[in-house]
Design a protein around this ligand. Structure first.
Ligand code: UDP
Ligand code: MG
Length: 334
């Protein structure tokens, strides 16, 4: 039955921020890489408020390749993940691939991802081998990936690599998440059932400089962590509980010893003061933990992510024959 296999169309989304040095080559190589795949495709270039010639290059490319390139111009810089989301909003392909504009990941590797998606995967991640980044970047990435794998239980070896492929329904699900700080690979994994990873080549940046300063990188890691879990807040309540027990115990012990040994042992009230202090300290931590628990729940609700996402509805019931809502809106947004 292989000859009847449906050929899925492809959309490639590239966020662009001051990438005039690599953009022409990126466009040329990505178009070539897509053409050999023998399927309908589009290249969606999202300009994230660049201040160099990138917008003109995108506009020219869109004029030169009608039907193949879509340019989306954001009015200012919103960050890589927001730019990719803006691109997602306009894709039409069944398979959606994201790629960086700096040619660190060769566009020729898209074929590998697409081949894996054709097996029916929801998300295909990638691992950069060998990784051509500074030692600091590699070490911090290794730690973040280990932590993320432990917290989510989903083992993916390289959350930082943006050369990834998503099925359209996963992209739709992500678009229904309206939180401001997103980390797309982690968000996608929270909706995906069948995931896979492939190894892709990695090169030095072709031109320009990295758009991530240390501060931005730290911010990104927090985006990754908080987009997955409220675990740190839970740690606060566990710690608070322990401190409460410890403080209470220690305070009680000092009071007992004070009664037992008399006021001389307690240095005329100093130890009693300490005991009271321990009690309050413990209570404070406990209260902070409680606040954390409420905060965590508020955070989950404020994000208002879809509670579930329906893939398909099979069969028919009499009550369902006249659709109550237009097709395409069956997904419960709350
Ligand atoms: N990028 C973006 N907006 C930003 C920062 C980066 O669209 O505010 C794009 C950038 O043009 C590139 C990709 O995101 O296509 C990854 O950026 P970069 O290569 O600087 O990150 P690094 O490889 O250093 O992690
Ligand atoms: Mg890069």
């Amino acid at each position: 039955m292989d000859f009847m296999k449906k050929i899925d169309s492809l959309s490639v989304v590239v966020p662009v921020y001051n990438e005039e040095a690599s953009l022409p080559e990126l466009i040329r190589r990505t178009l070539a890489a897509c053409r050999v795949l023998q399927r309908p495709f589009e290249l969606v270039l999202v300009d994230d408020g660049s201040r160099d010639r990138s917008p003109e290059i995108i506009a020219q490319a869109a004029r030169d390749n009608p039907g193949a390139i879509l340019g989306i111009m954001l009015n200012r810089n919103y960050g890589q993940h927001s730019a990719v989301m803006a691109g997602f909003k306009h894709v039409t392909g069944e398979i959606v691939v994201t790629l960086d504009a700096d040619l660190q990941n060769p566009p020729e590797e898209i074929a590998k991802l697409v081949a894996c998606m054709d097996e029916g995967m929801d998300v295909v991640g990638s691992v950069r081998v060998p990784r051509c980044d500074s030692v600091f970047r590699r070490v911090s990435s290794y730690m973040v990936n280990r932590l993320t794998a432990r917290v989510t239980g989903v083992v993916m070896h390289d959350y930082g690599c943006m050369l990834r492929a998503y099925r359209r329904n996963i992209v739709q699900a992500m678009l229904q998440c309206h939180e401001r700080s997103t980390f797309i690979p982690a968000l996608a994994n929270s909706f995906a059932k069948r995931t896979a990873e492939v190894e892709v080549r990695h090169a030095q940046r072709q031109g320009g400089v990295s758009k991530y300063s240390l501060l931005k990188l730290i911010n990104l890691q927090f985006d990754l962590l908080t987009s997955i879990t409220t675990m740190p807040l839970r740690c606060l309540s566990v710690f608070g509980m322990l401190m409460f027990l410890l403080g209470g115990g220690l305070g009680a012990l000092i009071l007992v010893l004070r009664v037992w040994h008399g006021p001389e042992w307690a240095v005329d009230g100093v130890f009693t003061l300490l005991a009271i202090l321990f009690f309050f300290l413990g209570a404070q931590f406990l209260a902070m933990g409680l606040l954390g628990e409420y905060l965590g729940r508020t955070y989950q609700d404020v994000r208002a992510r879809p509670r579930y996402f329906i893939k398909d509805i099979l069969g028919d019931s009499l009550l369902h024959q006249a659709p109550a809502c237009p097709p395409g809106q069956q997904n419960d947004a709350l």
